[in-house]
Write a protein that binds this ligand. Sequence first.
Ligand code: ZN
Length: 143
Amino acid sequence: MDRITPEHRSWNMSRIRSGNTKPERLVRSLLHRMGYRFRLHRKDLPGRPDIVLPGRRAVVLVHGCYWHRHSGCRFAYTPKSNLAFWQDKFNENVNRDQRQYARLRELGWSVITVWECETKELTTLAERLLREMPNLAPSPTAC
Ligand SMILES: [Zn+2]
């Protein structure tokens, strides 16, 4: 029984789409309006982080609440069928996120995780980003 299930197919699709999702685009345009300079998907950093602010040595990760299991969030519901399959995928994602976070921190980067549900309240999100963004003076070599 190795036929691809509809769940598996939609899982594959979600992996293909990830990297240019609507929440990520919203966060990018918000940061842009706030005057932050950033780069996308730097391949030389662990996990190719979505948004990198070299001048502040900060990384912004935009996470879908469902796939990345936003704790306590109503969008991170658990499916009723194929529970074992989903649980595996969720665990993989959460473990990958934790490893990426730890490796970035080890390299001296600040990491701000933005959840998909937060992109529905951009004013509140902007306030949080302002609060949590490290306040480094831009280095002369920053782009
Ligand atoms: Zn959420």
